[in-house]
Design a protein around this ligand. Structure first.
Ligand code: AMP
Ligand code: GLY
Length: 426
């Protein structure tokens, strides 16, 4: 089959790496892809937000299946665009439709959904600029820290956690009446702070049947010991030590199954990946957020642990018989450490030559911000997150050791990474 993956990050390189290994693949295309996806498939120069251009390529390359990596095209309705187009409607696409993608696109929608189906999550209320005073009163009724969330997509930056009530009120007002997050903060959710440890759980579903993929822990902060600014993700570990059978059974019974039943009850069309961002509070799982896609960098740790043919699983999603497919998981640990540009997540420089890529052993590189300068025959940095280095191990420590040994071989001006990925799982 001819397959098209949409997106350009490390997650899409991991998807392309895995899907290219299937015997069922004839041609693999990635739009727009990056220097890494170009090593396992053919990049197509079109942004995943340009639906008309995508249609042209789907027709020209006789695409049989489309996998959507990032959230923006999903939240903007790419699945509805396919279903509603006389030519594209016969081309299966992996991802929820626009309405179902609101689970990620609107935190208020997600909260109402969880409330309706009794899915454990932090207590909350939603406010607009018309209800500022009610918001202040609600803040007064809570104990610090205060959690403020922009309703819409804000590139992972729409959540503020504030210790002091005065600051919380000022931020709350700024979100609703200032330009802090633009349209994303026309509604603001104030919620109870959950004190616990986070993990990411992924499910693949055909809308009815589902399979739980390996879980992962992601490290979002730039600094060691989870300090400093939030980033797109500095590393990931899979499996997660505290996600034992007992805990995962709670996740399945209290969160995954009610979510799928709720989607069906609400008539929401969901064929794709569901990402449950969870908090483990003293052994009880709570949903912090839903995402309608795989996580990045979690995908770079999770996908290498899937042993089964992933095309076979995706065919199950399309055909609605995922229950007949087999998901085989590698028992080993994976550790993913992300190399970023100096200054990230704030201002950083790009165009730095990357060396040492040929000296690596026992690791898999997933490229994010890497470009291939064909004239100079050299790879260069082209983004904040540059390369995810994933290694396997029989223990988390072993996987991390191999990952860090390989990282020592890779050089570029300003190479920055966290030395403590997995620190809270030891
Ligand atoms: P989100 O974009 O909803 O994933 O939130 C970003 C980050 O804020 C999460 O990964 C958590 O670390 C933190 N966070 C969000 N909601 C809460 C909450 N209710 N209690 C504690 N931390 C939270
Ligand atoms: N790693 C978190 C995310 O992909 O949103």
């Amino acid at each position: 089959m001819n397959l098209l993956i949409l997106g350009s990050g490390g997650r899409e390189h991991a998807l392309a790496w895995k899907l290219s290994q299937s015997d069922k693949i004839e041609n693999l295309y990635i739009a727009p892809g990056n220097a890494g996806t170009a090593t396992v498939g053919t990049n197509i120069p079109v942004e995943s937000s340009d639906f008309d251009e995508i249609k042209m390529w789907v027709v020209e390359k006789e695409i049989d299946l489309v996998v959507v990596g990032p959230e923006i095209p999903l939240v903007n309705g790419i699945v509805d665009f396919f279903y509603g187009d006389p030519i594209l409607k016969t081309v299966p696409i992996i991802g929820p439709d626009k309405k179902a993608a609101q689970l990620e696109g609107s935190k208020d929608f997600a909260k109402q959904f969880m409330h309706r189906y009794n899915i454990p999550t932090a207590k909350y209320k939603t406010f607009t600029s018309q209800t500022l005073n009610e918001g202040y009163q609600f803040l007064d009724s809570l104990t610090p820290p205060f959690v403020l969330k922009a309703d819409g997509l804000a590139g992972g930056k729409g959540v503020l956690i504030v210790d002091n009530p005065e600051d919380a009120k000022a931020e709350f007002k700024e979100m609703l009446t200032g330009s802090k997050f633009g349209e994303a903060s026309q509604k603001v959710i104030i919620e109870e702070f959950l004190d616990g440890i986070e993990l990411s759980v992924f499910v693949i579903t055909d809308g009815k049947n589902y399979k739980i993929l390996p879980e992962a822990k992601d490290y979002k902060r730039i600094g060691e010991n989870d300090t400093g600014k939030n980033t797109g993700g500095m590393g990931a570990i899979s499996p997660v030590s505290f996600a034992n059978k007992e805990f995962m059974l709670k996740v399945q019974n209290q969160i995954i199954e009610p979510t799928l039943a709720g989607l069906q009850n609400d008539g929401l069309q969901y064929k794709g990946f569901i990402f449950f961002g969870l908090m483990n509070v003293n052994g009880s799982p709570y949903v912090i957020e839903y995402n309608c896609r795989l996580g990045d960098p979690e995908a770079e740790a999770v996908i290498p642990r899937i042993k089964s043919d992933m095309i076979d699983l995706l065919e199950g999603v399309v055909q609605g018989n995922l229950n007949e497919k087999q998901l085989i998981i590698d028992d080993r640990y994976t550790a993913t450490v992300v190399l970023v540009s100096a200054g990230y997540p704030e201002k950083y420089e790009t165009g730095k030559a990357i060396s040492g890529l040929n000296n690596l052993t026992n690791c898999i590189l997933f490229y994010a911000g890497v470009s291939n300068d064909i004239d100079e025959n050299i790879y260069k940095t082209s983004g904040g997150r540059v390369i995810a280095v994933t290694a396997y191990g029989n223990t988390m420590e072993e996987a991390l050791k191999t990952s860090y040994e390989n990282i020592a071989q890779i050089q570029f001006d300003g190479k920055t990474f966290r030395q403590d990925i997995g620190f809270d799982l030891k």
